[in-house]
Ligand binder design. Structure first.
Ligand code: SF4
Ligand code: SF4
Ligand code: SF4
Ligand code: FES
Length: 821
């Protein structure tokens, strides 16, 4: 520790602290413009000047100067104030004083400091900038006339997002923050640059002219897209969520969000929201009252109680824990059916079956914080960045700032592949289990297995003929990864799971866990297996038991049951099987066949449109409760706005049904959480109030065991391409289609081809192509690049039009032909 004196106060700080950090630590506020705690120091604006006695009273920037023992610092002498005023005068010289129409007004550091330092006149005169404003895209407006050259946008885009969209162009008085060739912004649209811009140079266009900052009601909540569980602050006014507000002190990610979290919230206020219940009459859905709709559902479920096997229920893992718990209690307890599931069944088996068999718990043995504490990350599929972008930022930060080694095993290349020192092993699609088996064999062969691992002989026998060749990669690659993984001090495997990844199931979780267990890389910080559930509450849905536990049917079997008439009543809470479950035609036929289907949702989705009763549900912004993110963090979700139209939360819907069917009745969701804490062992001791803003990671007691996993052989088929499905960076499930931001950046389904395949098929970027499998055909737009290897075609699964589940059937690998339309 280093001791110093600031404005007469004694303070002791870490030796790598700056004067700014030290002042902050003892509650002294030094003004900053170009500094951001997440970014490398820049020292460009000179707003933070302070005086250091040992430097002969010179003024130096606090944000870049390291502390030294015995330093005596003054932060507000007359001279310092004068210098800061000069900085502000110089900045205001060129800056347009258009605060009345600037969206940053009230949240602008320049405006606030000008006010604080009472700069009400300028000794200098100069012409204002005359830069053209970039209105080219609907998400980010760039008005470089307001730019103060702090460089934060360029630094965050480079250091954290790893995109590098900005650079200073020109020098001196002509200097400008520009883009490549000074063209319009064309990037990932994560909005990170907008969030850190201290003035109104970068603006969120969806928020433009919507409200003044000070008029916004701010509510801390959790993003409702992916399983990362980024915390966010919703800015609302007049019952509408208008924006998300950046708070650098929020969450493990310091306020960082991806494009969905930042610009995808508009689905809450979408004019496509369902606002009233509907009942099918004479073949058409017609508006009804809640009483009528609930009476109809109650009577069906009540009849189902005498034949519970004929009732099934599917829930989206986007509901809160309280809602999912109530869902389980209503269907499993009151109605008496075990036919309940979420996310197509296979999408959570890595947790419910894989993690349970290998580690004795239906949760990841690692948490998000382990990413930064590891020495080597082994990412399965490069999609970790696309499925869980803010985890991608964490990986990026760990690799670039801490030198964490990054190894990727994937069926295609992705953004992680480009990080410094990253090595990507590209394997044939569907070969993940074979590859992990080969890694385990190599660890054993190289004599790198940890001492005394139970079950080693059985694993040895199981992987005896697991070769690199069978996994479709080279022996050198396997030997190198095995060696690095086993000999790293701490190594962590990162595995995304979800509806786009039919092969990411229990066997893969076992195969990956075997590598961790075999090498002793688990049960300690920075090591183990991080299974990344797709949706915001995927882990919570597993914790609340939303999957068949006994002889009940899983999601796929429920669809079959609808088709063969065994399931007569189907309750769907927020799921959209028509677009997201495999084999669309089969799902549609099954749902047409079921006698009675009720769907609660925010939108009239493809599935809701087929229902007999549609119940308008609330979004996450209209209710309180908890979500559990990947890595087991239980976090508070808080109500920001009243329900839209007549919508009710799934909690209220399920509570009303439960009471009508003779089950429990709760006064509020908080009562349910108390019951969860009493009944779900992992949640023991938790209270909603105790979760506060940061949430709580529940502990797991591991009982690790090697579980041999059988690899499916997946050999290429002559004349066919192998289809890989997954997530597009801008989307999550099918809900993001109702967010304007994601739809602007990625509006349509597409098929991504390797340049060589595209050339052979005479397909160019942007062409319409027909992708055909044994299950069906779909028309999508072609993308051409080098990310996917030859022989492979990638297509995201989120879209209703050109939906990829028309051609997939749930197998790990789908063989397709692609032809220009
Ligand atoms: S939106 Fe994100 S990717 Fe685009 S320039 Fe800003 S920080 Fe970079
Ligand atoms: S655009 Fe904003 S963040 Fe970027 S340099 Fe200018 S003032 Fe700083
Ligand atoms: S979608 Fe996921 S990564 Fe993006 S902001 Fe939301 S929780 Fe974070
Ligand atoms: S904040 Fe220190 S130089 Fe800009």
């Amino acid at each position: 520790m280093v001791n110093l004196t600031i404005d007469g106060k004694q303070v002791a700080v870490e030796k790598d602290a700056t004067i700014y950090d030290a002042a902050k630590a003892c509650g002294i506020k030094i003004p900053i413009l170009c500094h951001d705690k997440k970014l490398h120091p820049f020292g460009g604006c000179r707003m933070c000047l302070v005086e250091v006695e040992q430097m002969k009273g010179r003024l130096i920037p606090a944000c870049t100067t390291p502390v030294t023992e015995g330093m005596i610092v003054q932060t507000t002498t007359d001279e310092i104030v004068k210098a800061r005023k000069l900085v502000l005068e110089l900045l205001l010289l060129k800056h347009p004083i258009d605060c009345p129409v600037c969206d940053a007004a009230g949240d602008c550091d320049l405006q606030n400091l000008t006010y604080e330092y009472k700069v009400n006149m300028n000794r200098f005169v100069d012409e204002k900038f005359n830069h053209e404003i970039d209105y080219e895209n609907p998400l980010i407006e760039r008005d470089m006339n307001r730019c103060i050259h702090c460089g934060k946008c360029a630094r965050i885009c480079d250091e954290i997002v790893s995109y590098g969209a900005y650079t200073f162009i020109n020098r001196g008085i002509e200097a400008k923050m520009g883009t490549e060739f000074d063209g319009p912004l064309n990037c990932e649209f994560c909005g990170s640059c907008v969030s850190v811009c201290p003035v109104g140079a970068l603006n969120s266009r969806p928020f433009k002219f919507k409200a003044r900052w000070w008029a916004l009601q701010k509510t801390k909540s959790v993003c409702s897209y992916c399983g990362t569980g980024c915390q966010l602050t919703l800015g609302s006014k007049d019952g509408k969520v208008l924006t998300t507000i950046y708070d650098e002190n929020q969450g493990f990610h310091n306020g960082q969000l991806c494009t969905r979290g930042r610009f995808g919230y508009q689905f809450v206020n979408s004019d496509k929201r369902l606002t009233a219940p509907m009942i099918r009459k004479n073949g058409n859905l017609q508006e009804a009252t809640w009483e009528e709709a609930l009476a109809e559902v109650t009577s069906r479920l009540s009849a189902g109680k005498s034949d519970p096997a004929s009732v099934a229920a599917l829930a989206t893992p986007r509901l809160t824990n309280e809602e999912l718990y109530l869902f389980g209690k209503l269907f499993r307890g009151t109605v008496g059916t075990d036919n309940i599931d979420h996310s197509a069944g296979y999408a959570h088996e890595a947790l419910t079956k894989g993690a349970v068999a290998s580690f004795g718990v239906a949760a990841s043995p690692a948490e998000i914080a382990d990413v930064q504490k590891s020495n080597l990350l082994l990412v399965v599929k490069s999609d970790a960045y696309e499925t869980h972008p803010v985890i991608g930022f964490e990986i990026n930060l760990g690799v670039k700032r801490k030198g964490i080694a990054l190894r990727i095993v994937s069926d295609k290349k992705g953004k992680l592949t480009r990080l410094p020192g990253a090595k990507t092993t590209v394997h044939a699609p569907g070969n993940e289990v074979a590859l992990f088996n080969a890694l385990c064999k190599s660890v054993i062969d190289q004599g790198l297995a940890a001492e005394g691992v139970a079950g080693l002989d059985a694993l040895k026998a199981a992987v005896a003929d697991a070769t690199a060749e069978k996994a479709g990669v080279t022996a050198e690659e396997i030997a190198a990864i095995a060696k690095e993984f086993a000999s790293a001090e701490k190594a962590l495997i990162i595995l995304p799971i979800g509806q786009g990844y039919p092969g990411h199931n229990a066997a893969l979780a076992n195969a990956a866990a075997n590598l961790a267990i075999l090498t002793g890389q688990y049960g300690k910080e920075g090591a183990g297996l991080l299974i990344m559930g797709e949706k915001n509450n995927s882990q919570g849905a597993v914790d609340m038991g939303i999957y068949p536990k006994g002889t009940g049917l899983n999601a796929a079997a429920i669809i079959d049951g609808c088709a063969n008439g065994n399931i007569k009543t189907l309750f769907v809470a927020g799921e959209n099987p028509v677009v997201s479950y495999p084999n669309r035609k089969k799902v549609e036929k099954a749902l047409e066949n079921v006698e009675f289907m009720v769907v609660s949702d925010l939108f009239l989705t493809e599935t809701a449109a087929m229902a007999d009763v549609v119940l308008p549900a609330c979004s996450f912004a209209e209710k309180s409760g908890t979500f559990t993110s990947l890595g087991r963090r239980v976090q508070n979700v808080r109500k920001a706005i009243p329900a839209v139209g007549l919508a009710k939360s799934d909690f209220d819907i399920l509570n009303a049904l439960s009471q009508a069917l003779g089950g429990a009745r709760y006064n509020n969701q908080g009562e349910v959480f108390t019951e969860i804490a009493a009944n779900v062992p992992a949640y023991k001791g938790l209270t909603q109030a105790g979760l506060k803003d940061e949430g709580a990671v529940y502990p797991v007691a591991l009982s690790a065991k090697l579980v041999p996993a059988a690899a499916q052989a997946s050999a290429p088929v002559a004349g066919k391409l192998t289809l890989v499905t997954g997530s597009a960076l801008y989307h999550c499930g099918t809900m993001s289609r109702f967010g304007e931001g994601p739809m602007y950046v990625c509006p349509d389904a597409y098929a991504e081809l390797n340049v060589a395949d595209a050339a052979a098929l005479k397909v160019a970027e942007g062409d319409q192509v027909t992708v055909t499998s044994g299950t069906g055909a779909v028309q999508v737009v072609a993308k051409v690049g080098k990310r996917v290897p030859q022989g492979v075609v990638f297509s995201p699964y989120h879209f209703g039009e050109g939906s990829v589940n028309t051609i997939t059937d749930g197998s790990e690998v789908t063989y397709v032909t692609v032809a220009k339309k």
